[in-house]
Structures are given as structure tokens and as C-alpha cells.
Write a protein that binds this ligand. Structure first.
Ligand SMILES: Cc1cc2nc3c(=O)[nH]c(=O)nc-3n(C[C@H](O)[C@H](O)[C@H](O)COP(=O)(O)OP(=O)(O)OC[C@H]3O[C@@H](n4cnc5c(N)ncnc54)[C@H](O)[C@@H]3O)c2cc1C
Length: 578
């Protein structure tokens, strides 16, 4: 019988969080084995080829990571990472206009100035990067530290760089409250609110005003206002991390679903692969740690199993909702490219991209927050197929040919691949008719979406469309098995997830009740669940504290990080109280 394999670290899941963790730990000199269930790594950062030669991005499109320390620490430029630095000029007239039901409306100087103040762009020097890092790329404070207005990381950044913005209320308000103070027009506020809601921290939730604003800020390249779009798409970005992990010695295995986390005397000591895995039923041992980079329910309710966990902890895990809205992504393969319709012709002159002036990204329709609230009520309260008049249903259309001409989504000899359109609909799990309802209504929903998009674009008629692809939660056509309940935000960023209180007891700071078992997935994000490279960077602090990792001189800790008493400090300049 073959001997079990041994590595220092075993990682379950090859999505962005698992792979980035693998890269960090392999670069720290540890032997790492990453196991991915599917035939390809990448999780929700994937490119698909639904018909030969036509490639589309079914999920992630813009990069929520531009402020991440990982770019420097993992030296991603050495592994082929390239940014599209000039996808659009944010200062042209068309780009300071927003799309409403009656045409486009300009944003005001007060909007731009207020947004720039809140985002740290007018600081001397600008401090956007520091603000975003403090919001997402910083581990939660240790349990013994009381969280106050003074030590919440983003509050520290405001206090240092812009004391006049720092108030106690900043931690209690909604994003709309703050936008009403600093900005002017409804259409600007509604656009940013929708960007935040679709990104995970909604504009109407109390207590997450700054994380919600930061979510919208993440869509742009730090300090430029330009959309944050990597060359070769999000899978291209992912490839750079994958290459970094492999270059530093990580072993990556695909078609290897994990079925069990092995526990010995209260400590995670390895994993057992599913019988159907490429190396069926095999055991892989971990000398130092097992890292679950798959969803929190699967990790603790299935892979660990109840025998090893306290019933109260299991109850808490069950209480973590993985359900939220679902971002339905639509992409069109058409004979002629989609065009802005007459109402938006002038807008298109400055905003259309490429030789066909195809749509460049924005949100529609953003007349007022009433439209936003109606959309929220439809998705989060009525929980059925859309009931809103299609004229008023909100959506994103991503920057299509904002990307490089060599991009795989560029022109195709037999047609045109559209920008992805993204619309928020009720998650299958919450649908009042049951989780199969979105499949049942797929064609109806698709037709509804085409109607909504037609209020802005020509070319969505049957004669012109060759294919309409949708990724709709549990719907199977472009299903990503790594997605959680069809939602991309994973779990709601609510009071118990961001700086106020902590997530469920036992899961603080990416640790778990099982020694040597850590968690690194968007569903346990605290903070920064969907923020690329945030969890792995934050987790590194904890692995250093626990003596698992000892990175080299390339490592630096978050400035606002507080070491845990009795642990090794992840910042050589800050002593823990041992
Ligand atoms: C529709 C949509 C749009 C998005 N848009 C953007 C965007 O524009 N910009 C952006 O930055 N982010 C975006 N995101 C979010 C981003 O894709 C996620 O934050 C990111 O994928 C989370 O990575 P993860 O590793 O935590 O999880 P996942 O990507 O879900 O990866 C988990 C991996 O674990 C594997 N796995 C699960 N169980 C097992 C098992 N038992 N054994 C082995 N492997 C297992 C899965 O197959 C999967 O590959 C979007 C997501 C979605 C769904």
C-alpha cells in the first residue's frame, strides 16, 4: 500500500483565497499541497469557452484588489500580472454623466469632491490605499482588545489623515447618510449605493457606511478613478497567483475533492480525498496546518463532522447565512455589436469603446434612491421572480471593450461578445417557490433581462442574438460549483461581521476550535470576504502568531494590526504581551 503523503500545509479549495494562501505560505518556505475539486483552479475568477473560440467571464470581471499588499509581497508582476492602466478616462464629459430613465445626467462638482474627500483622494498625499487596506486588509483585533472608535482601522486612517471626517457617527451611519452629507445629486448617490449593495455591504445598512463606500471604491484603481481591470481578465490575474505558488514550490492538484478533514486528539492532521478523486480515497497529511478554503458550512458541517465540534459552535455555523442576493451575469454573442440607443447617443460618443463604440461600464437606471429601494425590496423582501417594471430594474453593464484589444473577449470573426451585464435577483435558496424556481423561470427571466437592457441598448432582438448566456445562481449552464447559494457576496456584512462585534465564537481571526485548522474563504471573510487577497494576507498574521509561518524580509504586517497576547507578533516592531 502506498505511504500517505506529507506536507507542512494542506489547503482545501483552489479559488482565489486558497491559491493566494498557497502562494504566501510557499513563499514562506513551507511545503504546500492545494487540493481543488474541479478540473481547473480559479473558483469564481474563471474564463469559460461555451462555444469554441468564444470566451466569456461568467463571474468576476473587475478586480477588487488594487490596494492589496499581495501585489508587492508576492511580486505578481514577475508572474505575468498586467493591469489595463487606461480603460477609460474618468474626466471626460461622458464619464461624468450617469444613465437615468430620461437620458444621461451630469454629476456635480460637489459629488466628485465629496466622493474624493471620503475616499482620501484629496489628502496630501492621497490616502486611498491606506483607507482601503485598513478596511479590508487588516486582521480583526484579538478577542482581549475592546473595539473602539479609536482603534477601528479605517477610523485610525481618517483620524490621522482627515480628522474633520472622523466622528463617532461614522461607525453608526448608513452609506446614504454619509453621501447625503458629502455629495449632491441623487443619481450619483444611487449609482454608488447600487455598486455597494451588489458588492456586499449595502448602502442602507446601518454601521457599514465606510465599508460600503470602500466596496464601491474598490471597483476603481486606487487614486485614479479608473476602472480596475486586469489584462486577460480575472482569470489572468488568478494565473499570476497560481504561477507564483507553483514557482515557490506549492503542489497543486485538480479533480481532488476533499471528503474529510482528519482530526487526531483535537488537532487537524490532514485530509482524506473523495473516492471519486483523481487519487481516490487517498490520505494527505499536514505537519503544521490544514486550511479550509471552501465554504464555512461545508468545512465545519461536512468535512470536520459533528463528533469533533461543540453543539453550540455547530449551531453558530448553521446560523451564518450564506444566502444573499444573486448577481445574474448575462453575456450576449450577437451578429452586430450592441449599441447605445438614441436616447444615449451623445453619451455613447464619449463613453463607447472600440471601433464600434460598444458600451463602457455604468449602472442603469439611477434616477433616485426610490428605484434602488424598490429593487432591494423586490430581491430581499418579495423573494420571487422580478416584479419590477423592467423600465426601472437596475443593473451594471461592465466595461466591455475597455479591455485590451488582445483580450479573449475582443471581437470574434463570426460575431461580437458583449460586455457582461449584471443584475441582482433573489438567491435560489431564498426563492419563495423553492431553490429550483430560478431554473424553472430561466427563459422568462432571460427575456425579462433582455427587456430591461433594451431600455438602454439596441441589438437585443432575436434576429441579432446568436447566444444569450446567463449564470444564474444554481442554474446549471455556467454554474460555478464554488459559489455559495449563488451569491457572490457570500454572507451579509452585518453588525456582527465588521469591526463592531466578531463573527461566531470560535472562528475569530480565521482560527477554528480545532487546533491546526484555519479558514480562508469568502464566506468567513472578517473583514474583506470578497476582497481579493485580503483573507490570505490577514490570515498570514495569524499563522505567524501561531508559529506556523515565518516569512522572510518581504513580509510586512498591517499598520493597524494588534498582536494577540501570548503569541508571536506578526509585526517585528510591535511586541505582544507575552
Ligand atoms: C457572479 C460573480 C461576480 C463577481 N464579480 C467580481 C468582480 O467583478 N471582481 C472581484 O474581484 N470579485 C468578484 N467576484 C468575487 C470573487 O470571485 C470571489 O471573491 C472569489 O472567487 C472568492 O474566492 P474563494 O477562494 O473564497 O472562493 P471560490 O472562488 O468559491 O473558490 C472555492 C474553491 O474551492 C473548491 N472546493 C469547494 N469544495 C471543495 C472540496 N471539498 N474539495 C476541494 N475543493 C473544493 C471550489 O471548487 C472552488 O474552486 C464575483 C463573484 C461572482 C460569483
Amino acid at each position: 500500500m502506498a505511504k500517505d503523503e506529507r506536507f507542512d500545509i494542506v489547503i482545501i479549495g483552489g479559488g482565489p483565497n486558497g491559491m493566494t494562501t498557497a502562494a504566501y505560505l510557499a513563499k514562506s518556505g513551507l511545503s504546500v499541497c492545494l487540493l481543488e475539486e474541479r478540473t481547473e483552479c480559479g473558483g469564481a475568477c474563471e474564463t469559460q469557452e461555451p462555444i469554441p473560440g468564444v470566451r466569456i467571464y461568467p463571474h468576476a470581471i473587475l478586480m477588487y484588489a488594487s490596494a492589496a499588499p499581495g501585489f508587492e509581497q508576492l511580486e505578481l508582476w514577475r508572474y505575468g500580472f498586467r493591469m489595463n492602466w487606461d480603460p477609460m478616462d474618468p474626466t471626460t464629459d461622458a464619464n461624468t454623466a450617469l444613465t437615468c430613465t430620461d437620458g444621461y445626467r451630469m454629476i456635480s462638482n460637489k459629488d466628485m469632491e465629496g466622493w474624493a474627500i471620503l475616499g482620501g483622494m484629496l489628502g496630501q498625499p492621497p490616502f486611498t490605499k491606506e483607507l482601503l487596506r485598513a478596511t479590508f486588509w487588516c486582521p480583526p483585533h484579538p478577542p482581549e482588545v475592546e473595539v473602539t472608535d479609536d482603534n477601528v482601522p479605517y477610523m485610525q486612517v481618517y483620524k490621522q489623515h482627515l480628522p474633520e471626517v472622523w466622528t463617532h457617527e461614522l461607525r453608526e451611519k448608513t452609506m446614504f447618510d454619509i453621501l447625503d452629507e458629502y455629495c449632491e445629486t441623487e443619481h450619483f448617490k444611487t449609482t454608488m449605493a447600487y455598486a455597494a449593495w451588489a458588492s456586499g455591504a449595502a448602502a442602507h445598512w446601518e454601521g457599514v457606511a465606510i465599508p460600503a463606500i470602500a466596496c464601491a471604491q474598490l471597483l476603481t484603481l486606487t487614486n485614479t478613478g479608473k476602472t480596475s481591470y486586469p489584462r486577460a481578465g480575472m482569470h489572468g490575474y488568478f494565473h499570476a497567483i497560481h504561477r507564483c505558488a507553483v514557482h515557490n514550490g506549492a503542489v497543486i492538484r485538480t479533480s481532488c475533492p476533499v471528503d474529510e478533514i482528519l482530526i487526531d486528539d483535537g488537532k487537524a492532521v490532514g485530509v482524506r480525498l473523495r473516492e471519486t478523486a483523481a487519487s481516490g480515497g487517498k490520505t494527505i497529511r499536514a505537519n503544521k496546518a490544514v486550511i479550509a478554503a471552501c465554504d464555512v458550512h461545508q468545512a465545519f458541517l461536512k468535512l470536520v463532522g459533528p463528533g469533533h465540534l461543540d453543539p453550540a459552535f455547530i449551531r453558530n455555523i448553521k446560523d451564518i447565512s450564506l444566502k444573499n442576493q444573486t448577481l445574474y451575469v448575462s453575456q450576449f454573442f450577437t451578429k452586430k455589436p450592441l449599441q447605445f440607443n438614441t436616447k444615449f447617443k451623445k453619451y455613447a460618443e464619449g463613453r463607447g469603446a472600440g471601433p464600434h463604440l460598444v458600451p463602457n461600464g455604468a449602472v442603469y437606471p439611477v434616477d433616485s434612491r426610490e428605484i434602488y429601494y424598490a429593487d432591494v425590496a423586490d430581491v430581499d423582501a418579495f423573494k420571487t421572480k422580478p416584479t419590477i417594471d423592467p423600465k426601472y430594474k437596475m443593473y451594471f453593464y461592465a466595461p466591455s471593450l475597455a479591455w485590451d484589444p488582445t483580450d479573449c473577449q475582443g471581437y470574434h470573426p463570426k460575431g461580437h461578445v458583449s460586455a457582461p451585464f449584471e443584475m441582482v435577483l433573489t438567491s435560489p435558496d431564498y426563492h419563495i417557490e423553492g431553490e429550483d424556481a430560478p431554473d424553472k423561470y430561466k427563459e422568462e427571466n432571460n427575456a425579462y433581462m433582455r427587456k430591461c437592457y433594451s431600455y438602454m441598448f439596441d441589438g437585443l432582438d432575436d434576429d441579432n442574438i446568436i447566444h444569450h448566456w446567463t449564470a444564474s445562481g444554481r442554474e446549471v449552464e455556467l454554474r460555478n460549483t464554488g459559489l455559495i447559494g449563488g451569491t457572490w457576496a457570500g454572507s451579509r456584512h452585518c453588525e456582527d461581521q465588521l469591526w463592531g462585534n466578531r463573527p461566531c465564537e470560535g472562528l475569530e481571526r480565521y482560527r477554528s476550535p480545532i487546533d491546526g485548522l484555519y479558514h480562508a474563504h469568502q464566506t468567513s471573510g472578517h473583514p474583506g470576504g470578497l476582497c481579493l487577497m485580503a483573507i490570505p494576507y490577514n490570515l498570514m498574521h495569524i499563522l505567524i502568531e501561531d508559529g506556523v509561518a515565518e516569512p522572510g524580509k518581504w513580509w510586512y504586517a498591517a499598520p493597524e494590526y494588534i498582536p494577540q497576547e501570548g503569541k508571536i507578533s506578526a509585526d517585528p516592531n510591535k511586541k505582544s504581551k507575552i
